[in-house]
Write a protein that binds this ligand. Sequence first.
Ligand code: FAD
Length: 223
Amino acid sequence: LNEHVCTTKIALLGTMNVSVIDVAQAAWTSTAAGEDRSYEDALRVSKFMAREGHWTPFAQSFLQFHFHVPIFVARQMMRHNIGIVWNEESRRYVKSEPKINVPLCNEFRSKSETLKQGSGGELPFALSVAAETLLCKHSDDSIKVYNGLLDLGLCPEQARMALPLNTMTNIVGSFNLWSLFNFYKKRIHKTAQVEIQKVAQRIDELVSPISDAWVVLKENRNG
Ligand SMILES: Cc1cc2nc3c(=O)[nH]c(=O)nc-3n(C[C@H](O)[C@H](O)[C@H](O)COP(=O)(O)OP(=O)(O)OC[C@H]3O[C@@H](n4cnc5c(N)ncnc54)[C@H](O)[C@@H]3O)c2cc1C
């Protein structure tokens, strides 16, 4: 029985200025031309700016998220830095029992023959069961060693050396809208690891219904 199933969770904590009106108003500051403009004007100028790479008006919009993800996913996420601020929980201070993520049997993927960075199709069932069993044992052992080291009186900042990369972590990240789209576009791509593709997909599910400026970026921004 896999007692280490921990689902990745992403929550949208807050937003500021995420509509095309906000984006257009920021752009129109330069000409003081905003007052008499319609929604259609705002939409048109937003699409134009998205297409032509005029990023600063989109970078005046902000979104903050909470991420509950395995450390190996967090490491990939935190490679993105421009226009983004991260804070992460620290096992130097957090005392709760670590949660370790082991995928379900049907989530294991085989090695890819063609893609350098990717993975292939589903691993055959018998091999998936073996992978799940090995990872569950490794997770149980890691937690035992971690707790054993703490019981010896070792400081938490060194005891955490026993924990594997699939230990869950909590991060708060704030993005400007332009940077969020850069993150999304690179991580939804089929060459990105499936686990981070799911993060990108969830971001889109959360942001699309509340931000027409996000939809403009999705439909018009090239790079
Ligand atoms: C599929 C995939 C595979 C990857 N594989 C690896 C890997 O094997 N090893 C590895 O180390 N990394 C890897 N990465 C990470 C990648 O190299 C980037 O560090 C990461 O995607 C962050 O992207 P970014 O630079 O666009 O992000 P941000 O830091 O958010 O930067 C945003 C944009 O700002 C500009 N920018 C940022 N920094 C600079 C700079 N110093 N100089 C000039 N312009 C800058 C760029 O235009 C950049 O797109 C991979 C990423 C992806 C998506």
